[in-house]
Design a protein around this ligand. Sequence first.
Ligand SMILES: [Zn+2]
Length: 118
Amino acid sequence: MTLRHERAERHRIQIRKGDNVRVISGPDAGKSGRVLSIDAKKDRLVVEHVAILKRHTRPNPNKNIKGGIVEKEGSIHVSNVMVVCGSCGKHTRIGHKVLPDGSKSRVCKRCDATLDKG
Ligand SMILES: [Zn+2]
């Protein structure tokens, strides 16, 4: 096992856009949803229905904006979420496996099922 250098290496986000994730800490803990976008530089991501920001807007007829409360997803830090495995349905750490055709795949650490579709 070569775990020695792991801390020194630059942390890379293993979560991909479109993944189903569960929030494991913070005010939205327990919620889950699909990853809508990822900010790799800030290690943050936007998950649907999670970290909803309510923005109160004024009507602006010139820009065709209706007044009221607009709900929009805010970003949360990647360390607060874990990928939900589509096979066993549990949130899991991500492992890696080389497939017979030589391509790499992310796999569920719990059940070994691939997390990459297609
Ligand atoms: Zn699994």
